[in-house]
Design a protein around this ligand. Structure first.
Ligand code: NAD
Ligand code: UFG
Length: 337
C-alpha cells in the first residue's frame, strides 16, 4: 500500500514516516519546509535504511500535486501539512485559512481525480471548546478561540462532507493531545523556529541554557498545584496511531474522529520536576501571568481509539523526557547545527 505523507519533514510527520516504513508501507513524502528542514527527511532515510520519493512542494500548488499523484499510485493520504502556531494565526489569519484549508481542498480534489479513497487528517484537541467536563470525549462540545483552531474545525467538516459524498471513501480525523519526546535514536525531534511556544521544547532549551528560564504561564489556576494540566503523549506512540488509523480507514466508510492521548493529566510543575529527575538537570523557571486563551485543564478520554483502533500509548512520560533531552543534547541547534 502506498501512502502520500504531507508535511512529512515536520515533527510528527517525520516520526510517522518511520512507523509507516516499519509497518511495510511504501511512502511518498511532500513538504515545502516552511516549518522544517531537509535534514529531517535524510535522517528518516538513515534511521530506516529505506529510500523514498520526496517532493519539495507547496500543497497550494495544485498542478505540482497533480504531478505527484500521476507519478505514484497513491492509496491513502496522511495529511500533516499545516501551519500550527496559535499566536501567529491570530496575527495572520488569512495566511492560516489559506494554507490549511486550501491545501486540504487541493488534496481532496486530487483524491477524487486519482481515486484515492482514504485520508488520515491531523486534527487537534483544540477543536474542543472550553466548557467541557474532563476527560474530553469525541462527543464533547466543539468550538475554537483562534484561527488555527478554526482551520482544524473547518478541515474536519470539509473532509467529512467530501467523504460522505464519495462512494467508498473514508477519513480518520485524529485529534492529538500534546505530543512530546523524540525518536530514541536522537536523530529526529521537535525543532521549533525561534522561541518555542510549547512547554516541552521550552523546558528543554531552558535546561540546556539556550533560554534563561521557563515562564510558567499561570500558577493560579483551580488545579492541585495551580498550574495548567495537559495530556502529554510520546510522539512515537502518536505516530503508531496513524498506522492504526490507516487500517481502520481501509475497513470503515465515512469520517471518524478519535482522540489520541494518554487519558492522564500532568501539570506544568509536575513536568518540570519529572524532567529534572529523569535527566539530572535543573530547569530554571519563573511564574508569570496566564497565557491568554489557555484552558486550565485538558485531557483525553482515549477509549474510543483503544476500542476501535486497537491503539493505546505504550511509552512512559519518563521515556519521553529522556528522549527529548537526548535529541536536545545531540542537536543543540536542532537540524541547523
Ligand atoms: P510541523 O510544523 O513540524 O509539521 C508540519 C509540516 O507541514 C512542516 O514540515 C511544514 O513545512 C509543512 N507544511 C506546512 N504547510 C505546507 C504546505 N502548504 N505545503 C507543504 N508543506 C507544508 O508540525 P507538527 O507538530 O509535526 O504537526 C503536524 C500536524 O499536526 C499539523 O497539522 C498540526 O497542526 C497538527 N497538530 C500538532 C500538534 C502539536 O502539538 N505538535 C497538536 C495537534 C495537532
Ligand atoms: N506553558 C508554560 N510555559 C510556556 C508554554 C506553556 O507554562 O512557555 C504551559 C501552558 O500554560 C499549558 C501547558 O504549559 O498549561 C502546555 O502548553 P503548550 O503550549 O505546550 O500546549 P497547549 O495544550 O496549550 O497547546 C498545544 C498546541 C496547540 C494544540 C494543543 C492541543 O500548541 O496547537 O496543544 O493539541 F491545539
Amino acid at each position: 500500500m502506498k501512502v502520500l505523507v504531507t508535511g512529512g519533514a515536520g515533527y510528527i510527520g517525520s516520526h510517522t514516516c518511520i512507523e509507516l516504513i516499519k509497518n511495510g508501507y511504501e511512502i511518498v513524502v511532500v513538504d515545502n519546509f516552511v516549518n522544517s528542514h531537509p535534514k529531517a527527511v535524510e535522517r528518516v532515510k538513515k534511521i530506516t535504511g529505506v529510500d523514498f520519493p520526496f517532493y519539495d512542494m507547496d500543497l497550494l500548488d495544485a498542478p505540482a500535486l497533480d504531478n505527484v499523484c500521476k507519478a505514484h499510485k497513491i492509496d491513502c493520504i496522511v495529511h500533516f501539512a499545516g501551519l500550527k502556531a496559535v499566536g501567529e494565526s491570530v496575527a495572520k489569519p488569512l495566511e492560516y485559512y489559506e494554507n490549511n484549508l486550501c491545501s486540504t481542498m487541493n488534496l481532496l480534489k486530487t483524491m477524487a481525480d486519482y481515486d484515492i479513497r482514504h485520508m488520515v487528517f491531523s486534527s487537534s484537541a483544540t477543536v474542543y471548546s472550553g466548557d467541557n467536563p474532563m476527560p474530553l470525549t469525541e462527543d464533547s462540545n466543539r468550538g475554537c478561540i483562534n484561527p488555527y483552531g478554526w482551520t482544524k474545525y473547518m478541515c474536519e467538516q470539509i473532509i467529512s462532507d467530501w467523504v460522505a459524498a464519495k462512494e467508498n471513501a473514508s477519513a480518520v480525523l485524529l485529534r492529538y493531545f500534546n505530543p512530546i519526546g523524540a525518536h530514541e535514536s536522537g536523530l529526529i525531534g521537535d525543532d521549533p523556529a525561534g522561541i518555542p511556544n510549547n512547554l516541552l521544547p521550552y523546558i528543554t532549551q531552558a535546561a540546556a541554557g539556550k533560554l534563561p528560564e521557563l515562564p510558567v504561564t499561570g500558577a493560579d489556576y483551580d488545579t492541585p498545584d495551580g498550574t495548567g494540566i495537559r495530556d502529554y503523549l510520546h510522539v512515537t506512540d502518536l505516530a503508531a496511531g496513524h498506522v492504526a488509523a490507516i487500517k481502520f480507514a481501509e475497513k470503515n466508510k465515512n469520517a471518524h474522529a478519535f482522540n489520541l492521548g494518554t487519558g492522564k493529566g500532568v501539570s506544568v510543575f509536575e513536568m518540570i520536576h519529572a524532567f529534572e529527575k529523569v535527566n539530572g538537570v535543573k530547569v530554571p523557571y519563573r511564574v508569570v501571568d496566564r497565557r491568554p486563551g489557555d484552558q486550565p485543564v485538558s485531557f483525553a478520554d482515549p477509549s474510543k481509539a483503544t476500542k476501535l483502533l486497537n491503539w493505546q500509548t505504550e511509552k512512559s512520560l519518563e521515556e519521553a523526557l529522556g528522549d527529548m533531552w537526548r535529541w536536545q543534547t545531540n542537536n543543540p541547534n536542532g537540524y541547523t547545527g
